[in-house]
Design a protein. Sequence first.
Length: 109
Amino acid sequence: MPSALMPANASNLALQQTDERARDYARAGVAANTRRAYAADLRHFDAWCRVRGFETLPASPVTLSRYIADLALSASVSTVERRLAAISKAHQAAGHPTPTSDVGLGLDS
């Protein structure tokens, strides 16, 4: 809520600046190489989803389970773990629940 002493547009500007600082802190907490790897991981997941007609964001736990099953045929365990981390972070950043906590659930539904 804007302060009675601060015009609404000044309050909005202050909030935007605070949001930008928060994003800067979050980016600083993740190494540049990790950000690049996560971006590549998300592009891979997005391409996989599009080819199969699945939603990328938010992804369902079933979609993610199927992705992991396909990915495990050709990727190392560390690659699978990093891609899961990237997918989880993307969901959290977008305000969606992460499907990574439910991987393996719902395949029979």
